[in-house]
Design a protein around this ligand. Sequence first.
Ligand code: SF4
Length: 193
Amino acid sequence: MLSKASESECMISPTPSNLKAGGWQLATGVLAKTPHLESCLDAVEHVPSEGRGQRAHLIVVRFVPTNKVTRDDKLMLAFDALALSEMLGTQISLGKIIHGDNHSTLNVKTAVLELDVREHIAKIASLLASSSPPDLVLIPHCAECEFQSLCQQKALDRDDLSLLSGMTAKERKKLHDKALLSNTTFTASDCAN
Ligand code: SF4
């Protein structure tokens, strides 16, 4: 992207006032920081006004190494857009994910995901405000987490349902609700047999 843009129109690690000023095309390493949100954006494009009545707008860009783009990738892009919108006080509703071996581009309407992102932020905020840790649930991401052995051992000690990798979150919730109603407990060993 940098090689395609003219050097005088590129910015690296710009300040908010650099971003608010016009005359640039591409910014990389953009820190979007508000009192409650923070993200370091891979890149931001500035699309100038294309005529009278058309406003210039910003497009947030995220690079994803995999060929397949997941909903989480889109939500993280929408988080970038939200953090930058709030820092600059301007609406940013479009983003791009550049992904995979062929550097394919997926355009994403980040505004459509904003409500979802806000709900996730609220859940995280309430977890952080709580004095007790969240319920332990092993997930695919555990494989790359530094706490894997600790959590795996806790799950084994409790014979936790999330040890059953074939069981979906929905199935776990169903069993959990059933256990509450019947005042009992379902363990991984019960369900494996
Ligand atoms: S290993 Fe523990 S902390 Fe890490 S993702 Fe899994 S459950 Fe969460």
